[in-house]
Design a protein around this ligand. Structure first.
Ligand code: PHE
Length: 356
């Protein structure tokens, strides 16, 4: 190799060693092998040499070109490996570190009960239906066979809203979730199997009553539904919900305008200790009955072909009983200390009990 080629090789090697990143490397490549690079210029000059000179120098230039090309690629490989190494080091994570503490909310007991009810009834094939908090008095009362001036309207301490709606009906804050029975039957062909969790309102306020509270309604309509289905469904639900497979359940004859026959449902407990199950005392927990034929007819369902049952249950009450919560009022006070005590971890799934 002639001196000038030797110089070119050693200078290029030095420049490659000094190139610390892909951009610098590319600059070296262009300066040597690019269109106006040093080696390219030498190759162009070949044309002016004599034939023997050209053969010898041409071969030497081509060897040098191959050597420099290989050196550039080798340096590129080194730089890539170094870049990857630096990136891996920078992104390194210590998987053994404990997670940072994070502020995490808790599920309100009312929401938790609703979720559990949805899970238990869901497993029995019920869907969830919903309706608005503001209802007209026909859906809240009339369609449910509670005529105007019926004492049930007073019993429920209804909140009336001012004015009337487009159909000439008074507007009320629904006093129970039963108007969603009406909505469901008007909107959907039987067979029907729904539960309706939601807010309800009555003008009543003391230690055990809140003007806003929650209920869950149930409605089953089919061709051959009997009182036996009602009893079996509610016994299964109550035992699953309270987690007591032997929970005593009693059906007591009662009256609701929208069911016939009607039954109130009691569960066994110990009045003195508050413990559910044994104890020999009874606690009323929900209202139920076979849907009144007039209600079916009011909702466009032929009572000679279809029948079914309905029930309604206060959510606060069963929540207090299940978790031993003594006072109703803090449910709505958003007191963080109460929520921390009675709230539920959102990541822990609701516990479902035997038989579900
Ligand atoms: N709506 C009734 C109440 O609020 C409960 C109920 C619902 C009773 C369905 C029977 C059938 O008291």
């Amino acid at each position: 190799m002639t001196d000038d080629l030797q110089t070119l090789q050693s200078e290029t090697d030095a420049a490659l060693a000094a190139a610390a990143d892909p951009r610098a490397l590319d600059a070296v490549r262009v300066a040597v092998l690019g269109k106006s690079g040093r080696l390219t210029a030498l190759l162009k000059e070949l044309g002016r040499a004599s034939p023997e000179e050209r053969r010898e120098r041409g071969a030497a230039l081509n060897r040098l070109k191959d050597a420099l090309t290989a050196a550039i690629e080798a340096r590129r490989g080194e730089l890539d490996a170094a870049a990857l190494g630096a990136r891996l080091a920078a992104e390194r994570m210590d998987m053994t570190l404990p997670p940072r503490p994070r502020a995490q909310g808790l599920i309100h007991p009312i929401s938790r009960t609703m979720e559990e009810m949805a899970a238990i009834f869901g497993a029995m094939g019920f869907a969830i239906a919903e309706g608005p908090d503001i209802e007209d008095d026909w859906r809240n009362f009339g369609a449910l066979n509670i005529p105007a001036h019926h004492p049930a309207r007073q019993d429920m301490d209804t909140f009336y809203l001012p004015g009337i709606d487009a159909d000439g009906r008074s507007r009320v804050l629904r006093t129970h979730t039963s108007p969603v029975q009406v909505r469901t039957m008007l909107n959907q062909e039987p067979p029907i199997r729904v539960i309706v969790p939601g807010r309800t309102y009555r003008a009543d306020h003391d230690a055990t009553h809140s003007p806003m509270f929650h209920q869950v309604e149930g409605l089953v309509i089919d061709r051959a539904i009997t009182l036996g289905h009602l009893k079996g469904c509610l016994i299964d639900f109550l035992r699953a919900f309270f987690g007591i497979t032997t929970l005593p359940v009693r059906f007591r004859s009662s009256y609701f305008p929208f069911t016939e026959p009607s039954m109130e449902v009691d569960i066994g407990w110990n009045r003195k200790t508050g413990e559910l199950g044994g104890g020999g005392d009874w606690l009323e927990i929900l209202g139920s009955g076979m849907v009144h034929p007039k209600v079916l007819a009011n909702c466009g369902i032929d009572p000679r072909e279809w029948q079914g049952f309905a029930f309604g249950m206060g959510i606060e009450r069963v929540t207090m009983l299940k978790h031993g919560i003594p006072d109703l009022r803090p449910f709505y006070e958003s007191d963080i200390r109460w929520l921390r005590h009675y709230g539920f971890n959102p990541l822990a799934p609701a516990m479902l009990h035997e038989g579900v």
